[in-house]
Unconditional design. Structure first.
Length: 366
């Protein structure tokens, strides 16, 4: 029998997989109190707990997301298990019991365990310390009755295994808050450089795709171009990006042929290296370094003289390619930038020189 000391939640009762569960709207300020983080449990091996170890490094970013976006932050429901006595009292209106709506009473001695949402819980606690007025806002909590460790572990596994994370490209497409994402979308969808050539929903391209680039690749290129310049004006950033990428695109007739449907995108991606994400990142890095150079557009015309074929192993192997396959490591980026700067007649930075020297020494090419 449940005690007289209970937590009382206005809740909706549902049935899932033949078992009852309850959905309640909980004020943010009681979330840290209901679900205390057990430091001792975090030291237990994975076999004897039912959740991942809290990654404290993620908490400040999540908390800032709440406090910086107080008008439009969104959090999905927390999923929790109740290990203890509970009672659901249906709401009674005019002597008619409503079996779905009512009050969920949880014995105060019960243990409430988060199955999904412990980082949200920690971020909420930190955000309220910074912005106390958030305390009265609410989050949905889905309560299940605890059926033991193995059941809780299975619930954690199911919730995470079957969750489908959106592609990075789609996440960027729908991001209307981040300036870099907005700039990348403008460049991808409105500039002459990439018009009609960008896949906005997927972050990988199938062999049959008629696109040359993904939105995530455009984002990486724009980020490499703009971040070192630290331009604060949004419109100036957009103009610089569009101008630079249009200048780059004009050096690649292949891109135009694909846009005009005179050659397949798959053929270009298969035979050339200049459409891959790492290439756009390298172009962005070089563009950032070129912005204070007079005549930088003329320098870019030398890109036409480069043999971009994958079969040109003498140039690309060990740099943008490893064993004939495109490589995306940090060293591959720098080594590819180095060889491109050589063709463009540009000096390497000190850090680029060190990496180049180590590469040449390793390969015995000095």
């Amino acid at each position: 029998m449940i005690s007289t000391h209970t937590y009382n939640f206005p809740a909706i009762r549902g049935i899932q997989a033949t078992r009852e569960y309850y959905v309640a709207m909980c004020p943010l300020n009681i979330i840290p109190k209901l679900f205390s983080f057990d430091e001792e449990e975090s030291g237990l091996s994975a076999e004897v707990r039912a959740q991942r170890i809290l990654n404290k490094g993620r908490i400040p970013e999540l908390a800032r997301y709440i406090t910086n976006n107080k008008e439009d932050y969104v959090f999905s429901a927390i999923t929790a298990s109740i290990n203890g006595k509970v009672k659901f009292e249906p709401l009674e209106t005019k002597n008619i019991k409503n079996s779905l709506n009512g009050t969920l009473k949880v014995d105060m001695s019960a243990k409430l365990i988060i199955n999904d949402g412990q980082h949200r819980r920690a971020a909420i606690e930190q955000a309220i310390k910074t912005e106390p007025d958030l305390a009265d806002e609410s989050i949905a909590v889905v309560f299940f009755i605890d059926k033991g460790l193995s059941k809780s572990q299975q619930m954690f596994s199911d919730l995470n295994r079957h969750a489908v994370k959106p592609s990075r490209s789609l996440g960027l497409l729908y991001d209307h808050r981040n300036d870099m994402a907005k700039i990348s979308k403008l460049v991808a969808l409105q500039s002459e450089a990439f018009r009609g050539l960008v896949e906005t929903e997927r972050s990988t391209l199938s062999e049959r795709s008629q696109k040359l680039f993904t939105l995530s690749a455009i984002y990486t290129g724009c980020q490499a171009l703009l971040e070192p310049l630290k331009i604060k004006d949004y419109e100036e950033s957009v103009k610089l990006c569009q101008d630079y990428w249009n200048s780059v695109a004009s050096q690649f007739n292949d891109w135009k042929l694909v846009r005009d449907s005179k050659i397949s995108a798959g053929e270009i991606r298969k035979d050339k290296v200049h459409t891959h994400a790492i290439s756009l990142q390298c172009f962005g890095i070089i563009g950032s370094q070129l912005q204070n150079t007079n005549g930088w557009k003329d320098i870019l015309t030398r890109l036409k003289d480069i043999d971009w074929s994958r079969s040109n192993a003498e140039t690309w192997e060990g740099r943008i390619m490893q064993g004939g396959k495109i490589s995306k490591t940090n060293s591959s980026v720098t080594l590819t930038v180095n060889i491109l700067k050589k063709y463009l007649g540009l000096e390497l930075t000190e850090s680029e020189k060190k990496i180049e020297e180590a590469y040449l020494k390793k390969d015995g090419n000095e």
